[in-house]
Unconditional design. Structure first.
Length: 110
């Protein structure tokens, strides 16, 4: 009976590809799992720090760096002048850097 149960299981799950552990090493390809996890954590820290900023700073950073709007487009959306947006972005980056350093975030390009 156990034999037939095992055969039924194998038939139902035949679409699942089985491989040895030695071959599984190569399945991931060139992707660096550890690097991906570190990048993911860095993104979470960055988003958490951005949410701590003034709403005006958060909006300007989001529109400029995540939505790829130009300063002119960001100014139009925020109903500000381009100079005001440049000033807001300058202070937002400066404040964000201080917040990230306070949280212990280390990144060469800051």
């Amino acid at each position: 009976m156990a034999r037939y149960t095992a055969i039924d299981y194998m038939r139902k799950h035949s679409s699942v590809i089985q491989t040895s552990l030695d071959d599984a090493e190569n399945i991931s390809g060139d992707d660096n799992l550890e690097g991906d996890i570190i990048k993911s954590e860095e993104k979470r820290v960055l988003h958490r720090a951005i949410r701590k900023l003034k709403p005006e700073y958060e909006q300007a950073l989001y529109l400029t760096y995540f939505e790829d709007f130009s300063n002119r487009e960001t100014a139009s959306i925020m109903k500000k002048t381009e100079k005001q947006v440049r000033d807001i972005l300058y202070h937002a980056r400066k404040t964000l850097k201080a917040e990230l350093i306070k949280e212990g975030f280390v990144y060469e390009k800051l």
